[in-house]
Design a protein around this ligand. Sequence first.
Ligand SMILES: C[S@@+](CC[C@H](N)C(=O)[O-])C[C@H]1O[C@@H](n2cnc3c(N)ncnc32)[C@H](O)[C@@H]1O
Length: 465
Amino acid sequence: MDYLPIFVNIKQQHCLIVGGGAVAARKADLFIQAGAIVTVIAPKLKTEMKHHLANGKIVWQMGVFSAEILANLTPPKYVISATDEQSVNQAVYQYCQQKNIPVNVADQTQYCDFILPAIVDRNPMTIAISTGGRSPVLARLMKARLETMIPSGFSKLADLVGRYRQKVKNSISSLDGRKAFWENLLDGSFIDKAVHGKFNEAEQILEYKIQQVVENGQVEPSGEVYLIGAGPGDPDLMTFKALRLLQQADVILYDRLVPIEIVDMARREAERIYVGKKEKYHALEQEDIGQLMVDLAKQGKRVARLKGGDPYIFGRGAEEAEFLVKNNISYQVVPGITAAAGCSMYAGFPLTHRDFSQSVALVAGHQQAGAKAIDYARLANSGDTMVFYMGIKNSPKIQQGLLEQGMNPDTPVAIIENGTTLNQKETICTLENMVETIKETKIKPPALIIVGEVIKVRDRLRPTN
Ligand SMILES: C[S@@+](CC[C@H](N)C(=O)[O-])C[C@H]1O[C@@H](n2cnc3c(N)ncnc32)[C@H](O)[C@@H]1O
């Protein structure tokens, strides 16, 4: 390890920044946030530092760094030198060495007693990232990744946990017992309630678990199910929440349309179970999937149920949620980008546009037994952009239904196969020649049939050169 990471309390401590430019201002900002009394020595201040001055966050000693200026100041605890003048930086460094004051010369690790890490700030939780001064850009990239993975509500979570620390100590006497208690709690639904500001619910969970330990001597395992919308195919279309919950899960149940790249975003040690359904081949029947989720959750496992697109759009997500409710299993649902939104966008046109269509209909093109028949009369006269999911096999009926209800045979149709993936294929035709086109171009599921004048916008959105 090149540097020992320590967190120093500098509240009300005098710290000195030499330099009035943007870099100096950024460093000053960190000291200000940590509660230091910041003095800046510089002949002039640039915009960012002027901003600190105007807000009363710094004291400005106008002039060039010198022993005389320093003589009038309270000796600083820490010094930063961030000027363009190498001679000034050298002088600051030498002065600090003589006086035994830790110093950091910006961008010159050889003149640094300490370095300032990139920070993910979820106060009171702070994550510091350092590359030992080798690559601040790499540290910032890592910071950006962590920022996306750790919800901003984590600060509130840390506060809540802090408030209960003593109560848990009073209720659980052994250190190991307390450790097990917190590990169990901070792995489950409590976290999600707290980071999303549902403090009452989070506190109820906490109180309940404390009571469980007091009464039974241990916390009962409480698994959970996450019904996660994985989006239409491109792994980049997963939401942050989807990724976070996926990475918390112990078991992953995944559907046929979920790409393996997304399944592989789970923890390496997480168990993976394929539960996909194809028309004539079901790895597991729907009831068995529900029962499997219940059984796993009852064993205390966190189960990620990955579904293509959005779980509640033709995804049977609501049926699964209902089954979980009946079996008293706690669950969360994460919305996903549905195929209609992803495929149309990746094929280069919107679903609504002021000039063409003000509404969209998402239609199940493959009618399940007992489901309501498609109301072609309503659709044909609605002005909706129509998106038929699971409609390839049924395309002759869709075509016939719409034409019989008087739709213009020249209405544009886009058929998008494997949308948003590297294998996306989009075919544009008209309602009149749709079935023929599907046959000729050998389109296979998963594919969407989109019908509507709005497809014409595609030409306007293509670069002209
Ligand atoms: C059972 S539905 C699930 C829909 C999913 N829940 C959603 O919100 O996108 C499956 C159908 O969605 C459509 N679909 C899903 N992903 C697709 C993709 N990447 N490209 C084209 N169509 C897709 C196809 O019509 C497929 O037959």
